[in-house]
Design a protein around this ligand. Sequence first.
Ligand code: 4GY
Length: 253
Amino acid sequence: MRIDVISLFPDMFGVVRDSGVTGRAHNQGIWALHAWNPRDFTHDIHRTVDDRPYGGGPGMVMLAEPLKQTLQTIRTQRGTTSVDNAPVILLSPVGKRFDQSLAARLANSAGAIFVCGRYEGVDQRFIDGYVDEQWSLGDFVLSGGEIAALAMIDAAVRLMPGALNHGDSSLQDSFQDSISGLLDSPHYTRPELLWDQPVPPVLLSGNHASIARWRREQSLALTSKNRPDLLEHARHLGLLTKSDEKFLDSLKT
Ligand code: 4GY
């Protein structure tokens, strides 16, 4: 998979290229990252990438032309003009909310070209002419799209085959994230007694059925408390058993 990003701060992408799971996967050639600065595609002496908004108002708007020039260079290097090979995705709070299924879609694709806006936004004519999709990390406003792109790249790359060396844990995660539809249960490691708090005894019992049931109940209780919307969704999909429902009932009293 090849990811291209267009950003006035391309150095920010060193984080995902060089560290942790995503850095190791990058070194293994599982994915490649190319970060492009639209300032390098300006032609004026000031290397201008923004200008004042028509109609007035605060702040500046990103110029369409340097973004278009950057995109054309990327398309030439990628050797294609087809959108299904590499969709152009703008990071914006007006976009479709990013979730685990979009992460999986990206992980199973040939890649994407992420456009990171700065200032008040991007000239709408670039969006209309060149952007295929808009994705949002959440209902808040960042000072640029970079941190949203970093989060999405991280979420996708860790799902790619070979990215997590212990392949089991990605299975566990995907079970939690997309099969059970519930929040993950708590984790414990050594020592057995820490700050007067013991590890829940069931986890030391060696009884794998009891451990699975305890984890399931922890997930149900946490999801009910923090994300009742996810619980309702899981119920709608028929992912809750009679035993789950009985446990959830017992929480109400
Ligand atoms: N939230 N999800 C987000 C964002 C900053 C438009 C320029 C978000 O993805 N991107 O807040 N991006 C943009 C917003 C103007 C800065």
